[in-house]
Ligand binder design. Structure first.
Ligand code: EPZ
Length: 418
């Protein structure tokens, strides 16, 4: 197990550069197998989720050439074999191989994906989408066999604007015969990034970023060059850390529109920000923050992935704040540990009520999932004394070089294996 230790109470000063978006990268890597030629993807973060997907590529005999920040994927000699549980359960995004393999070979065999335990996380909408395209889905003891004689374009309405289902259906439909329309599609920037990637390979996708996506099937996808967008959740996490301890802290390589709801909430609370075209500077931590309420929602609403780190900031606001989580039914696992650190929080159903400000004092806490881990880091940076975060491997799934980045701006933080 990995543990992170933080000596809190230090000011963060300098610049943190944001890496490529995890949730785009984890779809782009499986999507790259849809061509038989080389796909070059730049700005790929070195995180363990990327490594886990590269392990699946290797298992499928896809050639990969990884250098700092970029990856060249060449699937010309690949084999479509079963993706075993050992590989599928390392991360949630392994499910994108279902759509990509189905789109390419009309057959995918893989086990149920893994990922953070933040809810039941069913994949029924993905599977219904595959069926609408003409595939049959069999489930044998946690193993999914999805196959089709032919994939045909269809009109698909998603009951929930699911990020994963939207991308997976795009991957399966890109080479189907005819036109597919996805209605009530998710609109997250990562979806736009994946559609841009597929289009640069020759796909015909329009409407990504809106709730109706149109995919006109093509026979052939060719080589391409693509850049991953900056990670809006990583950016938001560091901006929140800046609001807690920055003096001043610049977060560079940001697309501010992607984090509008966060920036508006911070301004409402009284955090002093300078927002540039591709950066955000937290000018200093304000000791007189106003309490506020947030409710997570699909894009462009307040992102669920920033809910946990944002809760840490609310522990420092004056008065009563409320956090309502609407996407995941089990995303309050960080709360007991924030209470151990000294926060005053009560959870009822899907709403947490936070009374602040309360000083945080370092103690031993757990990174129960990726963003809970980011919340613990944020809390540890602020807390007086030493915070020890166990299960820190969760954090490395989504934050490239987090120790190095925070150390460079003045944090006293280290990671070790025990
Ligand atoms: C993506 O998960 C992200 N993961 C999550 O980020 C993020 O929290 C989530 O989108 C919402 O923004 C990746 O991109 C790899 P959904 P995904 O399908 O695609 C329900 C992080 O911390 N649903 O949009 O799995 C589901 O249970 C992670 O980086 C169904 O009911 O999320 C949830 O309540 C965690 N059936 C809601 O929809 C389905 O078939 C939204 O899920 C699919 C989803």
């Amino acid at each position: 197990m990995k543990i992170i230790e933080i000596e809190g109470g230090r000011q963060l000063k300098g610049t943190i550069r944001v890496s490529g978006a995890k949730n785009a990268t984890v779809a782009l890597i499986p999507a790259a197998i849809l061509t038989d030629e080389e796909a070059t993807i730049c700005n790929v973060p070195e995180i363990t989720d990327t490594e886990a997907l590269c392990d699946i590529l290797k298992m499928l005999k896809v050639q990969i050439n990884r250098s700092t920040e970029s990856i060249i994927i060449n699937p010309k000699d690949m084999n479509n074999i079963e993706i075993t549980e050992k590989f599928s359960k390392k991360l949630r995004a392994s499910y994108y191989f279902m759509g990509a393999l189905l789109g390419k070979y009309k057959k995918a065999v893989m086990y149920f994906p893994g990922g953070c335990s933040i809810g039941a996380r069913p994949i029924d909408l993905h599977l219904k989408g595959f069926e609408a395209l003409g595939a049959t889905v069999r489930n044998e003891k946690n193993k999914y066999i999805v196959e089709a004689k032919e994939l045909k374009g269809a009109n698909i309405y998603l009951d929930i604007a699911s990020v994963g289902a939207t991308i997976n259906i795009m991957l399966a439909a890109v080479k189907a015969k005819g036109t597919t329309i996805i209605d009530n599609a998710a609109k997250e920037p990562e979806i736009v990034n994946v559609a841009t990637f597929l289009n640069s390979m020759g796909a015909k996708i329009t409407g990504a970023g809106t709730s109706t996506i149109k995919i006109v099937g093509v026979d052939y996808l060719h080589q391409c060059f693509h850049e991953v967008i900056p990670d809006r959740i990583e950016a938001g996490s560091y901006i929140i850390m800046g609001a807690l301890c920055g003096n001043p802290l610049k977060i560079d390589n940001v697309i501010p529109e992607h984090i509008d709801p966060l920036l508006s909430k911070l301004e409402e609370m009284g955090v002093n920000l300078e927002i540039g075209s591709d950066y955000v500077i937290v000018l200093g931590s304000n000791k007189n923050l106003k309490a506020t309420n947030i409710k997570t929602a699909v894009y462009p609403g307040f992102p669920t992935d920033l809910q946990q780190p944002f809760t840490v900031l609310l522990t420092q606001a004056n008065g009563k704040s409320k956090v309502t989580e609407t996407i995941w039914e089990n995303r309050f696992m960080h709360i007991p540990y924030l209470k151990d650190l000294g926060a005053d929080i009560e959870v009822k159903s899907q709403t947490a009520t936070i009374i602040g400000p309360n000083p945080l004092i370092g103690t031993q806490v757990v990174a129960t999932d990726l963003r809970a881990g980011a919340a613990m880091v944020a809390a540890g940076l602020l807390a007086e004394g030493k915070t020890t975060i166990t299960n820190a491997e969760h954090i490395l799934r989504g934050y490239e070089q987090i120790i190095e980045k925070l150390t460079a701006v003045g944090a006293k933080i280290n990671i070790k294996e025990i």
